[in-house]
Structures are given as structure tokens and as C-alpha cells.
Design a protein around this ligand. Structure first.
Ligand SMILES: [Fe+2]
Ligand SMILES: [Fe+2]
Length: 282
């Protein structure tokens, strides 16, 4: 795998990258010596990003409450972790620029929607569990299939035709199909990219392992929330093609007490649609 993945990355000219400015912002938010004002100063240097962040913050979290009018106010009201989620959400939307044709754009957009829905569902699952980790789960869900987005950026519609359609026609597991076609799967590519972007190890690990059958919610709660959310949002129609069912799905469903959350799907759909609407108007 490593060789073919290395070769693919070395030969690729269109793989997504995390812009240095986004990395700097995430780093600033983590730095206890930097203030909300410091953060604001960096963001306002990019008027587009500032406007997008404020718009998203207001649309998603403050639709019926007092508006946040500055980024330092958003940071105080929403907290550092939520602002990080917003920054990464805005950035993922910029990946649509990689699409060279209408049909590629449709595929990238559906995958980004899958990530957004998975982030929302993962956060709801962790919230119901009431032991923290909600925003980490959102970001892990948002980015879990970033390797699939990267494959489209690089392969264009060949990813659809040579991998997705072929897997669907043959009844093959998606990761198996990717490995047979490319020598590696989307989880491995996503993990490699996130490591190269210096994102926290949890996100690379989630990308790499979210299809594993033997995940334990006690040791890997965020990873398990994402694995379950991935399946739930796929069942709700937020995916490109159905991926392989997880063998441990029932265990995960009972751990997160999904049957005791009768409004989970409605809440998940409502929150996802609200977020998508805000994103579409950025
Ligand atoms: Fe996946
Ligand atoms: Fe997925």
C-alpha cells in the first residue's frame, strides 16, 4: 500500500491542501497565550473568510438570538472548539473549486454534504452520551472521508466511473474496490493528508479506521460515533453510494442508545439542512 500511495501522492497535482492561513488560525486558537483579539486580527486580514465565518456562526447557532457581529465575540460566545469547527467547515467548501466540470462538482458537493451530515450526526451522538468530545466528533465526522474528496480532486470522474460505479455494479466493498484499482483506499489517503497538514492525530485515525469492524466505544468513542454516524447518514440519503455495512453497527447503536433517541434523525436532518443552507449562501 505504502508504495502505491506514495507514488499516487508524488504524481498528483490536484490534491487538496490546508492553506497555511487556516493552519495558523487553528494554531492560534490552541495557544493559551493568544487572545480572542489576536485571533480576530489574523482572520480580518482575509475579509472573505471573516465574512463567511460570521455568516455561518450566525446562521447555524444564533438564528433566533442576538447576532454575533465580530469574530472575537463569536469566539467568546461559541468557544474555541466550535470556532475551529466553523473554520474547517468553511475550508472544506472551498474544495469544490477543484471540480473541473459540472458532474465532478456534483460528486464533490455530495461528498462534502456527506461529511457535513456525518459531522452533525457524530456531534449529536456524543452530546447524547454526555461525556464531552462533541466538537472533536464534529470535525472527525466532517473530515472522515476527505480521502474520497481528494480522489475526485485528482482522478476527476474516473473515481466515479472506475471505482464507485464499478464497485456498485460488482457489489464490491468500496475500500476493496479502491485498493484493487489504486493500491490503497480513501481512509489511508485521507489519513496521510491530514498528518501532512498537522491536524490532531484523532482525525487521521478516524479517516483510517472508520470502516474497521472491531472498534470499541470505550477506548475510541469519537471514532465509534463517526462510524455509526457514517452509517446513519448514509441510510438517510447523505452519501454518494452506500458503503459496506459495519459488522459492529448494532453494538455501536446500543452503546450510543440510538433507539432511545427517537428524534435523532429529525434533529440530525434539521441541523444538517440548516448548515447546508448557510454554506450554500457563503
Ligand atoms: Fe469512508
Ligand atoms: Fe463516509
Amino acid at each position: 500500500m505504502s508504495d502505491s500511495l506514495d507514488q499516487f501522492i508524488a504524481a498528483s497535482r490536484n490534491l487538496p491542501a490546508l492553506p497555511a492561513q487556516i493552519g495558523r488560525l487553528l494554531h492560534t486558537l490552541d495557544d493559551p497565550n493568544r487572545s480572542a483579539r489576536d485571533f480576530e486580527r489574523i482572520v480580518v486580514a482575509d475579509p472573505t473568510l471573516s465574512a463567511q465565518l460570521l455568516k455561518l456562526a450566525n446562521s447555524v447557532f444564533y438564528s433566533r438570538q442576538e447576532k454575533v457581529v465580530t469574530l472575537s465575540m463569536a469566539l467568546v460566545r461559541l468557544g474555541q472548539k466550535t470556532v475551529k469547527s466553523l473554520i474547517l467547515t468553511v475550508w472544506t467548501q472551498t474544495l469544490r473549486r477543484f471540480a473541473k466540470r459540472e458532474d465532478e462538482l456534483a460528486l464533490v458537493t455530495r461528498l462534502l454534504t456527506h461529511g457535513t451530515a456525518c459531522g452533525v450526526a457524530s456531534r449529536l451522538l456524543m452530546r447524547a452520551r454526555a461525556r464531552g468530545g462533541e466538537e472533536e466528533a464534529f470535525v472527525a465526522g466532517l473530515l472522515h472521508d476527505i480521502g474520497r474528496v481528494a480522489l475526485i480532486c485528482q482522478m476527476g470522474l474516473n473515481y466515479g466511473m472506475r471505482v464507485l460505479d464499478w464497485a456498485a455494479a460488482e457489489g464490491r466493498d468500496l475500500r476493496e474496490a479502491e485498493t484493487e484499482r489504486n493500491g490503497f483506499d480513501h481512509g489511508q489517503l485521507g489519513a496521510r493528508l491530514m498528518r501532512s497538514w498537522n491536524l490532531p492525530p484523532l482525525y487521521a485515525e478516524t479517516a483510517e479506521r472508520h470502516h474497521d469492524a472491531n472498534l470499541s466505544p470505550e477506548t475510541d468513542p469519537v471514532l465509534c460515533a463517526v462510524a455509526l454516524a457514517d452509517k446513519l447518514v448514509t441510510d438517510m440519503g447523505y452519501n454518494v453510494v452506500p458503503e459496506a455495512p459495519r459488522m459492529c453497527r448494532d453494538d455501536l447503536a446500543s452503546h450510543f442508545k440510538i433507539d432511545e433517541l427517537p428524534e435523532f434523525r429529525e434533529n440530525c436532518r434539521e441541523e444538517t439542512e440548516r448548515m447546508l443552507q448557510a454554506l450554500s449562501s457563503l
